[in-house]
Design a protein around this ligand. Structure first.
Ligand code: GLN
Length: 542
C-alpha cells in the first residue's frame, strides 16, 4: 500500500460556504477514480461532541454506527461516499483538551509545562493522522471547521502547518474554500476578501495549493488570473464553485472544474482514467425528472432551522430519485397544531413524518397529528419521538388509557407506555450517555417493515433514553398497533405498525442516518411509495 496522502480543507471569508459538501464531492470523485478515501472533520468548539447542543445551535446531531454523536457533515460524507464513519472522523477542541488534560493528570508530561504548542498541536496531529495510520486509506480529507482567522481555529491551522513539513509537501495539500462576492451596484465580482483570507493563512505559515471560489456568477479568465497572481496559486488551481440547486450536483460541477485532477497531480498520484460516475449521474437524472409528485408533511419542533432535520430531508431526496417522484416537504411547527385546526392544517398532505425530538414542547401537536393520520388513512412515518407519540396516541384514544404518556413528559402518569430504559435509570451525566449507535433488530415476517427491507434481520442507529414499556406489550400485541420489530438482546420494541391502514410505521431508531445516494433507505422509499399510492387512489376516484 502506498503512503496515505492528506488533503486539508479550510474556509475563509465567511462560514456556510459549504466546506462539507466540497469535501464530500472531492472525496466522491477520488473514490470514483478507484481511490480509497475517507473524510474527517475537526471542530474548534469546546463541547466534547455536539450531542449536548440544541439543534438550533448546531443543526442535527449525526450518529455513527459506533455510537458517536457527531457533526452533521459526517452525514454528507456517508451519503456521498456510501461508507460508514466513526468517532475518529469527528474531533472537537473539547476532545483534544480532554485527552491532553487526562495525560497531564496521569503524568505523561511529568516535569513539563503543558502548552498549546507542542502539546495541543501534537494531539491534533495525532488525531489527524489516526485514520491514515490504519493503512486503510489512500487519501484522507480533513475538513477544518470554522473560518481562518478565528481565534479558536489557530491551533488547527498550526497543526496543518507542522504536518505539511513533517509529511512532506507531496503528501499534503491545502484547499482553501473562499467567497467571491458580486457587488451588484458595481456589477463586478470582487476578489479582495479572498486575497485577505489567503493572506491570513500565509501569516500563519500555510500556503493554499487550491482555491475553491464560491460565487454566484462565472469567474472570467481575468478574474482567475488575478486570484492566481495575488494568492500564489496556479491558474488551474482556481476552481469555480457556482451556486447550484441541489448539493448532489456539486460533484459533477467539481468534476467539470477538474478539482479532482488538480488535487491528484498536486499529491503526485495518477489520475487512473476518468471517474466512474454513471450511477451518480443516473441518480441525478431521476431526481431532476420526476414522473409524479407528492406533498409530505414534516411535523417537528425545530422546523425554523432546515439543518435540524438534515438527514431526514436527504433521505427524502434519495427516496424521491428511486421513486422518480418529486417530493415537496412542508414543515409544520408541532406547537401550532391543535384538535380544532389539525384537519385544516394537514388536509391535502399525502403522507406525514413525525420527527424525533426531546422534551415536551409541541408534544400534544404531534399526538393530535398522529390521531388525524390514523383515523384518515394517511401514510404516517414516526421516527424515535414520533414513534413514541404514536404509542401514546393509540394508548389514549383506542386502548382507553386516559392521559397515557411517556415518563419523559409526565412522571406521574398512570399509563407510562413509554418509559426510561432500565439501563438509563442511574445515568446522571448528559454527554454521550443515551442509547447510541447501531443495534440489531428482528422483524416479524409479513410486516410492512420486513417487506420494505426484504429481510427480517436489520441493524439501525439509535439516539434515545426512553423506550416502549414492555409492561404494556400484551395489550398492544392484541390491538391494532402491533410491535413488529424487536431487539434480540434485550427484547426492546423497536417498531410498531398499525394494522388495516395503508402505511403506518413508527420506528424507535433513526433510519434517516443510514440513507445514502447508493443505498436509499427502504423505509423512506416505501413511505414515499405509500404517499404516491394515495395520490393514485384519489386520482382514480376523481
Ligand atoms: N426524547 C426521546 C427519548 O429520549 C426521543 C429521542 C429522539 O427522538 N431522538 O427517548
Amino acid at each position: 500500500m502506498s503512503k496515505t496522502k492528506y488533503v486539508f480543507v479550510t474556509g475563509g471569508v465567511t462560514s456556510s460556504l459549504g466546506k462539507g459538501i466540497i469535501s464530500a464531492s472531492l472525496a466522491k470523485l477520488l473514490q470514483a477514480r478507484g481511490y480509497s478515501v475517507t473524510i474527517q472533520k475537526f471542530d474548534p468548539y469546546i463541547n466534547v461532541d455536539p450531542g449536548t447542543m440544541n439543534p438550533y445551535e448546531h443543526g442535527e446531531c449525526y450518529v455513527t454506527d459506533d455510537g458517536a454523536e457527531t457533526d452533521l457533515d459526517l452525514g454528507h460524507y456517508e451519503r456521498f461516499l456510501n461508507i460508514t464513519t466513526s468517532q475518529a472522523n469527528n474531533v472537537t477542541t473539547g476532545r483534544i483538551y480532554q485527552t491532553v488534560i487526562d495525560n497531564e493528570r496521569t503524568g505523561k508530561y511529568l516535569g513539563k509545562t503543558v502548552q498549546v504548542i507542542p502539546h495541543i498541536t501534537d494531539e491534533i496531529k495525532r488525531r489527524m493522522t489516526l485514520l491514515g495510520n490504519s493503512g486503510d486509506y489512500d487519501i484522507i480529507i480533513t475538513e477544518l471547521g470554522g473560518t481562518v482567522g478565528d481565534i479558536e481555529s489557530l491551533p488547527y491551522v498550526e497543526a496543518v502547518r507542522q504536518l505539511r513539513w513533517e509529511l512532506g509537501v507531496d503528501s499534503t495539500i491545502v484547499i482553501h474554500l473562499t467567497l467571491i462576492p458580486y457587488l451588484s451596484a458595481a456589477g463586478e465580482l470582487k476578489t479582495k476578501p479572498t486575497q485577505h483570507s489567503v493572506k491570513t493563512l500565509l501569516e500563519l505559515g500555510v500556503q493554499p495549493d487550491i482555491l475553491v471560489c464560491r460565487t454566484e456568477h462565472n469567474l472570467s479568465i481575468d478574474i482567475r488570473k488575478k486570484i492566481a497572481l495575488f494568492c500564489n496559486v496556479k491558474q488551474n488551481a482556481v476552481i469555480e464553485s457556482l451556486d447550484v440547486k441541489s448539493i448532489y450536483e456539486v460533484p459533477m460541477v467539481m468534476m467539470k472544474e477538474k478539482l479532482d485532477k488538480v488535487t491528484l497531480s498536486k499529491l503526485r498520484l495518477p489520475a487512473r482514467g476518468e471517474p466512474q460516475m454513471e450511477d451518480w449521474k443516473d441518480f441525478l437524472v431521476r431526481l431532476k425528472h420526476p414522473k409524479s409528485e407528492v406533498t409530505i408533511g414534516l411535523v417537528g419542533k425545530y422546523v425554523e432551522l432546515p439543518d435540524a432535520y438534515k438527514s431526514i430531508n436527504e433521505a427524502f431526496n434519495h427516496a424521491a430519485a428511486v421513486n422518480e417522484c418529486k417530493i415537496t416537504v412542508k414543515l409544520f411547527q408541532s406547537e401550532s397544531i391543535y384538535p380544532d385546526n389539525v384537519e385544516s392544517k394537514l388536509r391535502g398532505l399525502d403522507g406525514v413524518l413525525v420527527a424525533p425530538g426531546f422534551g415536551d414542547r409541541g408534544i400534544e401537536g404531534k399526538i393530535e397529528t398522529i390521531k388525524y393520520l390514523r383515523e384518515n388513512n394517511i401514510p404516517f412515518f414516526g421516527i424515535c419521538l414520533g414513534m413514541q407519540c404514536a404509542v401514546i396516541e393509540y394508548a389514549r384514544n383506542v386502548l382507553g388509557m386516559k392521559r397515557a404518556h411517556s415518563t419523559e413528559m409526565s412522571k406521574t402518569t398512570k399509563f407510562p407506555v413509554i418509559d426510561l430504559m432500565e439501563s438509563q435509570k442511574n445515568v446522571k451525566k448528559k454527554g454521550g450517555t443515551m442509547r447510541l449507535g447501531a443495534y440489531k433488530c428482528n422483524l416479524e415476517k409479513g410486516s410492512l417493515s420486513a417487506k420494505a427491507y426484504g429481510k427480517t434481520s436489520i441493524s439501525e442507529r439509535h439516539r434515545h433514553r426512553f423506550e416502549f414499556n414492555n409492561k404494556f406489550r400484551n395489550e398492544f400485541m392484541a390491538s391494532g398497533l402491533k410491535p413488529v420489530g424487536f431487539n434480540p438482546e434485550n427484547d426492546l420494541v423497536e417498531i410498531v405498525e398499525l394494522q388495516n391502514h395503508p402505511w403506518f410505521v413508527g420506528v424507535q431508531f433513526h433510519p434517516e442516518l443510514k440513507s445514502t445516494v447508493a443505498n436509499p433507505h427502504p423505509l423512506f422509499v416505501k413511505f414515499v411509495k405509500a404517499a404516491m399510492e394515495k395520490v393514485a387512489r384519489e386520482t382514480d376516484a376523481a
